[in-house]
Design a protein around this ligand. Structure first.
Ligand SMILES: Nc1ncnc2c1ncn2[C@@H]1O[C@H](COP(=O)(O)OP(=O)(O)OP(=O)(O)O)[C@@H](O)[C@H]1O
Ligand SMILES: [Mg+2]
Length: 342
């Protein structure tokens, strides 16, 4: 099947007064229709900048998609597209769900009007009445009780979970081919998180949309994703099917992430494993492996030269010197939690 999205050599930098911040560095990946990709990594690793680049949603920030980057959506390059074509793709081609629905919903408009507005921007022929009827159906689909009543509510009259359901209704309103969910549940409490994830899973099956799920928590992606890619310092350090990532992770950073998944039933936050050391400096050029200063297995080469991706299968690959044929064999830690999820 043809890829619906192909990202090739995507690099995004912020031009700040202290210099260039290389937030995303030479990232390539693709997505097939109906497939779900999870992008995972610690705070600041470039997940949001990557997915925002897919829709060129940088607002007034000083972000620059660097020369040579390609974002092919159905074969058309979003990186070079005219603004008017881009507006058509936002919503009807690619829908986006953000972390905090309170800041992404319009506080001055009732939720019905916000959904109707979304529907009518992309379908000029639909009457207001039909659009309202569709908005009610959408609210029903995302599990909002009494949708005919709720449609008149303003965002502040809804709970956090309900607001996120409204955001999801807006994202799916124009039946996009791809839905991007950037940390869709982090702002919610644990039970509501599980409900919203369950809703996304149901919708994914029902609508057969491709999904990109962005999260810092490898613990929630197993049930949800087909493939996983792990990011560090703006690069993809490991990619694979979910089974490859959970059963046979090879990058020490992926090991550390798997180890930071909370154990089921964990009571105290103290027991959580956190990755030692400080996150990388994105101003530095990539002359070495960015994870080397925090890596228990770092060799002299890791601090001298950045590793290139080495393929382990058609779908599995990682950028780590340990995979070099002449590197010493290391055992991965026996305590990884990923296997619990299978
Ligand atoms: N508006 C901005 N101006 C300057 N630098 C920025 C800006 N937004 C992001 N960055 C830089 O880009 C890097 C990647 O940011 P990004 O938001 O993609 O991280 P993330 O992986 O989504 O993290 P989180 O899990 O916290 O959401 C940050 O570490 C920061 O240095
Ligand atoms: Mg983010």
């Amino acid at each position: 099947m043809d890829n619906i999205l192909e990202v090739k050599n995507l690099s995004v930098s912020f031009m700040s007064y202290i210099g260039e911040i290389r937030a995303v560095r030479d990232v390539s990946f693709s997505l097939k229709p109906g497939e779900t990709l999870a992008i995972v990594g610690e705070s600041g690793c470039g997940k949001t900048v990557t997915v925002k680049a897919l829709m060129r949603l940088f607002g007034n920030s000083a972000a620059v998609i660097k020369e040579g980057s390609q974002i092919l959506f159905r074969g058309q390059d979003i990186a070079k597209m005219k603004k008017t074509d881009l507006y058509n793709i936002r919503g009807s081609g690619i829908g986006m769900i953000f972390q905090d629905p309170m800041t992404s919903l319009n506080p001055t408009m009732n939720v019905g009007d916000q959904i109707v507005e979304g529907i009518r921007t992309h379908d000029q022929k639909i009457s207001r009445r039909d659009a309202i009827a569709r908005a009610v159906k959408l609210l029903e689909l995302v599990g909002i009780p009494s949708p005919e009543e709720r449609i008149k509510n303003y965002p502040h009259q809804l709970s956090g979970g309900m607001r996120q359901r409204v955001m999801i209704a807006i994202a799916i309103a124009c039946s996009p081919d791809i839905i991007i969910a950037d940390e869709p549940t982090t702002a919610l409490d644990v039970t509501i998180q599980a409900q919203v994830l369950e809703l996304l899973r149901e919708l994914k099956d029902k609508l057969n949309t491709a999904f990109i799920l962005v999260t810092h928590d490898l613990g929630i992606v197993f049930d949800f994703s087909d493939r996983i890619q792990v990011m560090y310092a703006g690069r993809i350090v490991e990619r694979g099917t979910k089974h490859e990532i959970y059963k046979n992770p090879v990058h020490p950073y992926t090991w550390a992430l798997l180890n930071s998944i909370p154990r089921r039933g964990l009571q105290s936050k103290d027991e959580l494993y956190s990755i030692k050391g400080t996150p990388p400096d994105l101003m530095l050029p990539l002359e070495s492996c960015p994870f080397a200063p925090r890596c228990d297995y770092a060799m002299p080469i890791c601090k001298a030269r950045a590793p290139q991706e080495i393929a382990l299968s058609d779908t599995h690959g990682a950028a780590c010197w340990l995979l070099h044929s002449m590197a010493p064999k290391v055992e991965r830690p026996g305590t990884l939690r990923g296997a619990d999820n299978e």
